[in-house]
Design a protein around this ligand. Sequence first.
Ligand code: SAH
Ligand code: ZN
Ligand code: ZN
Ligand code: ZN
Ligand code: ZN
Length: 455
Amino acid sequence: EGGGAMAAAGPGRPGSAALTLLGPAPGAPSCPHGPALLFVKTSQGKEEGRRFYACSACRDRKDCNFFQWEDEKVSETRLAAREEYNRNHQPSFTHRQNVDRYKNFVLLPLSKRRFCQECQQLLLPAEWEKHSDHQFLCDITTAQLKSPSQLLYPLENKKTNAQYLFADRSCQFLLNLLTDLGFRRVLSVGTPRLHEMIQSKASQEEEFSVRSLLLDIDFRYSQFYTENEFCHYNMFNHHFFGGEAARETCRKFLYEENGEKVIMVTDPPFGGLVEALATSFKKLMAMWKDTEKEGHGNKEMPMFWIFPYFFESRILDFFPSFSMMDYQVDYDNHALYKHGKTGRRQSPVRIFTNLTPSMLVLPEEEGYRFCTVCQRYVSSGNQHCEICNSCTSKDGRRWKHCVLCKKCVKPSWFHCNNCNFCTLQKHSCEKTDVGCFVCGKTGHKRSACPSLSRT
Ligand code: SAH
Ligand code: ZN
Ligand code: ZN
Ligand code: ZN
Ligand code: ZN
């Protein structure tokens, strides 16, 4: 097994062997990524073997190999060594230092503004020497400083970060949608490009009064944003690296205007554990709820959770008030999930939200239409099924109703009388017990699921 939360499988299905997340545990040991998460190996739904802690953030052992048995006795010397290791594995500059560096950087004439591509760092002239063998960009303009997501190299190769940036069109759509809904503050959790679009619009247009606070594990962003604009945050364990001050920044941001007009938008790595994410998001929601003196009653903090459609049931398990929108989110640096030149490629990425579906207007010029029965916008290919009494397609293609399964299925499926359900024509009827936790297909594990691969 690979290390950490990201490699773990979901909760055991009957008959499956899997790693199950027991969650963030009080008193958990920490790695450089904050408190580790508690796991246990399960077989046939039953816990088997010793419980252990692993890194919350890293899918790849190469990124963080933290491991500790739950009942393991850790000596004082090892604890001290671990603390030192964790300290040494924090960024070389603090956020405050980076903010000061930025102030000095913008005072430099264009000819002295360099960005080291290897260290992914803005350089001050005194540091040029140290980076003399490195590739760098010169004449960094103010416009470039305002679009750090273009300047920084997307950390897509690292499974840990899985940085996939919104295509401009999708980002614009999201921003228009939430401003049309009247939101004034956006808690951007793992959405640096949305944050950046809001920031630059706010600095350019007088009447545009939306503000954003970015929460992300990618510390490179601290070079471009103040402590009120960016918090170094781990969304798998709800850890604020900046401690109580950063947590307070977030709380204050949610609290403004009595908690009104704020929405959280998040686009987590798709390989991440839904249960770990959901736990953190509930904590952010609770933070919002706590800030209101009178309380928000039964209201939830409005949220957009951007994630592939095949996670629908998992997300709804944790957030029953959520529904999935048909809008297909496109990415820039993603071969599969973006528009080809020749027309629309289907992206499997959707928006899950607790806002009323009928309020969420999707662009008709992109082929979305309003279904009056369902009271929501749907893809053009998504036909209303009279039997199911809903628009049943999940992937944008027209699905067909199977009377035997009593539900609509993918157009490429047919009903197999052996298996007694609809599946691909080409399949072996032998009953296999373990399916991939993500897509349900057999023959591979979650970590190797082709629906998650982004080549
Ligand atoms: N589409 C978004 C980016 C999504 S990619 C946009 O264009 O704005 C996933 C983002 O989550 C990246 O910014 C990545 O740095 C961040 N991320 C990855 N792991 C994280 C973690 N454990 N905690 C917080 N953010 C994380
Ligand atoms: Zn770690
Ligand atoms: Zn419908
Ligand atoms: Zn149907
Ligand atoms: Zn069927």
